[in-house]
Design a protein around this ligand. Structure first.
Ligand code: ATP
Length: 350
């Protein structure tokens, strides 16, 4: 069942920013992530869904009904936006207070939503007395207290340190699975997006650039923009030309042994992810001779910056190599991405 249907939604600001002609469906129990660079319209879209902003045109259907009532939606803001002068109980109860819910009913629902959010602290404490993880649970409990079906989160983990972020990410996902709630989650962090999303919507300049499962977006980015934005370390891009014989693509005179697709322009953008470059020849892999310029240790792997002729190339390797070393890197031509340089769109070879 679709919990949320967005049809041709447009909201323009005098600045020229906003969102334009967005159509999306969010299924019940789905974790949808909106990903994109600063200013691409993620927050605007979230605010439109929350009813905090009105569209110029288009419609939003919640639970199948075209509605302006947003009782089934709760929003969790950046830094969780807890009221510092209120206790945990008062923070969680706040949405009920606004609705003049009776005291016993409030107590019951605060307890219930605290338990659902895994909050075990004394509810008489203040936000400043809590850890980041506990604050997140308070924010979730406050979002749950109205018993919404859809929870919207805007960069909710942005201000936390890396370790806390990753543990809270895991908790959030577990929480979503356990409660079956629908999530729409905004972030500009692609690592977070890939980790959390059942489905990922990559936005650019107020429009949807690509929507799909994280693996699908990573493996088959539909544009150079998506290819460059998703994946860390970022994809290598080269301008390739048809070799003099026309039978394969060459970068800076180096033959990549890739057959140009039918109707291929004279020049084409060619992308290879750093983790698709290997030290072993494998079966049928193409070889590239490079000279190592520098190496960074990333914890699990080594990021190797090298020169392929005059062109820079980045590889992610499982072992360290020496700076200045002459290496042969290998790649599978099936793992190469091709883009039309004039439109930035993917050119399919299959
Ligand atoms: P960030 O990741 O930086 O929060 P975002 O993707 O959430 O960015 P939005 O906040 O949705 O982007 O903004 C989209 C565009 O609309 C931006 O160009 C912004 O300047 C503009 N914008 C947003 N809100 C308003 C407003 N109330 N008035 C005028 N322009 C606005």
């Amino acid at each position: 069942m679709a919990d949320l249907e967005i049809h041709n939604l447009t909201r323009t600001f005098p600045s020229g920013g906003g969102v334009f002609d967005i159509s999306l469906t969010v299924e019940s129990g789905e974790f949808l992530v909106l990903l994109g660079p600063s200013g691409c319209g993620k927050t605007t879209l979230l605010r439109l869904i929350a009813g905090l902003e009105n569209p110029d045109s288009g419609e939003i259907k919640i639970g199948g009904a075209n509605t302006t009532r947003r009782e089934s939606i709760a929003m969790v803001f950046q830094n969780f936006a807890l009221y510092p002068h209120m206790t945990v109980f008062q923070n969680i109860a706040f949405p009920l207070k606004l609705r003049h819910v009776a005291r016993e009913e409030t107590e019951r629902r605060v307890k219930e939503s605290s338990a659902k959010a895994g909050l075990t602290v004394d509810l008489r404490r203040y936000p400043r007395e809590l850890s980041g993880g506990e604050r997140q649970r308070v924010a979730l409990a406050r979002a749950l207290v109205r018993e919404p079906q859809i929870i919207l989160m805007d960069e909710a983990l942005a201000s936390l340190d890396a370790q806390l972020r990753s543990s809270l990410r895991l908790e959030l996902k577990t929480f979503q699975r356990r409660t079956g709630r629908t999530f729409v989650y905004v972030t500009h962090d692609q690592v977070e997006a890939l980790a959390l999303a059942d489905r990922l919507v990559v936005m650019r300049n107020g429009r949807v650039e690509q929507a799909g499962r994280p693996q699908e977006i990573f493996d088959r980015p539909q544009s150079e923009f998506v290819a460059a934005f998703v994946g860390n370390p970022p994809m290598n891009f080269f301008i390739a030309e048809r070799s003099p014989t026309g039978g394969s693509l060459a970068v800076d005179g180096i033959d990549f042994k890739i057959k140009p697709p039918d109707g291929c322009p004279a020049q084409i953008k060619l992308g290879i992810r750093p983790n698709d470059l290997h030290l072993d020849a494998g079966e049928g892999r193409v070889a590239l001779e490079v000279v190592v310029e520098s190496v960074e240790f990333s914890g699990a792997t080594y990021i190797v910056y090298a020169k392929l002729g005059n062109t820079s190339i980045r590889a992610e390797l499982p072992q360290c190599v020496d700076t200045g070393a002459h290496l042969t890197l290998f790649f599978d031509s099936a793992r190469v991405h091709l883009f039309d340089p004039s439109t930035g769109r993917r050119i399919d070879t299959r």
